[in-house]
Design a protein around this ligand. Structure first.
Ligand code: SF4
Ligand code: SF4
Length: 104
């Protein structure tokens, strides 16, 4: 599992840099985040959960989403939306209401 940062969507906020426990993410001269060594990423998803601009795509393992499947996460104050995109273009969307989740 690994991530890819979509430079065109990156706002340069630095939240992913703070979140990465492996110190793998840096900023380039244009103030955009990039991952130094993709192979060092162990897929903890911390950076993805912090990004408010849907700029980080997480590539799932073949045993999870199928070869080539990826996921993006978008966050609104109470709603997390996880979208898994399969290689054939189909999408699965999971929405979590964080207020409700805290009730249990
Ligand atoms: S959290 Fe998202 S928008 Fe912020 S620097 Fe990282 S990739 Fe860019
Ligand atoms: S998934 Fe985890 S280890 Fe990989 S870049 Fe993001 S925060 Fe770092």
């Amino acid at each position: 599992m690994s991530i890819r940062i979509q430079k065109s969507k990156c706002a340069g906020c630095g939240r992913c840099i703070e979140a990465c426990p492996g110190n793998l993410i840096k900023k380039d001269k244009e103030n955009k985040a990039f991952i130094r060594q993709v192979r060092d990423c162990w897929g903890c998803t911390s950076c993805i959960k912090e990004c408010r601009h849907d700029a980080i795509r997480f590539f799932l393992g073949a045993d999870v989403g199928g070869r080539g499947a990826s996921m993006v996460v978008s966050e609104k104050p109470d709603i997390s939306t996880w979208t898994v995109e399969k290689p054939d273009g189909t999408k699965i969307t999971i929405q979590v209401n964080k207020k409700d989740a805290n009730k249990y």
